[in-house]
Write a protein that binds this ligand. Sequence first.
Ligand code: HMG
Ligand code: MG
Length: 296
Amino acid sequence: MTNVKIVEVGPRDGLQNEKHTVALATKLELIERLAAAGLRTIEAGAFVSPKWVPQMADSAQVLAALDLNAGIDYPVLVPNDKGLDAALAAGVREIAVFGAASEAFSQKNINASIAESLQRFESVMKRALAAGIKVRGYVSCVLGCPYEGDIAPYKVAEVARALYGMGCYEISLGDTIGVGTPNKVTAMLDAVSEVVPVARLAGHFHDTYGMAIANIHTALQAGVRTFDSSVAGLGGCPYAKGASGNVATEDVVYLLHGLGYHTGVDLEQLADTAWFIAEALVREPGSKYAKARGLR
Ligand code: HMG
Ligand code: MG
């Protein structure tokens, strides 16, 4: 059976957009439950400006409470050298830099042009790689931008190539506002896989229009074997108005197991976790699976 890797981004991408502060204890219980459900890569926080994203302000405390030697990867987002300093101090083993294929989004999200951001990342990458830290690279707005509209596949390929060339071990392609459809996924992956091997690509689909599962299926057919998702479909990006949550991990696992792929995730424990975080946030889980199964 072929393995598909799931990168659980709920504790970061999911919670970064919450209006009310999520208690540290709730975040830690969420991460603990995700790990118990079998997830082996859990994005645990972001060393970004707390003025820009207040919900990630306690990332150092989250990291301090986790066992970083338990065989689970807990990557964190790092936008610049200051973020890397904090990540190094927290003892992280993996970070992610995050760029965009859209100039306007890059400015709104990290206050830098694409070229400036790549310069920042170059410095972060050199130091991180020298310290033995793995670096993942995100490209946002790969299928559309909230400010610029359509994004040409070659623009995505340019940024992906730059990040891969700097030494990112994987490039996660973000449909930040969930506007993509399968034909666009195919065109974008065709362009990007000319410059980065498909085995080094990950799909990161938000589900605004309910297309994420169809887009994942299309990416699977193109050979992508790593997908980012968020338990209970939590999330959104504070700098992408109208963006809804990531595709729900439960729904991705249901699809993958149905197709015969192996994920190592226990779907029932994951659905319990979706209900746990949904209740903590006083709402229903955003996944079809958890809702269909119900709370137990
Ligand atoms: P800036 O305001 O241009 O930064 O923000 P600056 O260098 O001018 O510094 C201003 C202040 O911020 C200074 O503090 C710095 O020390 C501080 P002051 O002197 O005013 O007290 N500062 C920091 N503090 C903590 N950690 C840091 C840091 N850097 C500077 N790392 C900056 C530039 C990049 C910092 C800011 O724009 C930022 O933090 N942006 C992050 C936005 C973000 O996290 N967005 C969500 C994640 S991306 C996403 O969700 C998409 C993704 O899921 C994929 C997809 O869906 O497409 C990944
Ligand atoms: Mg995202």
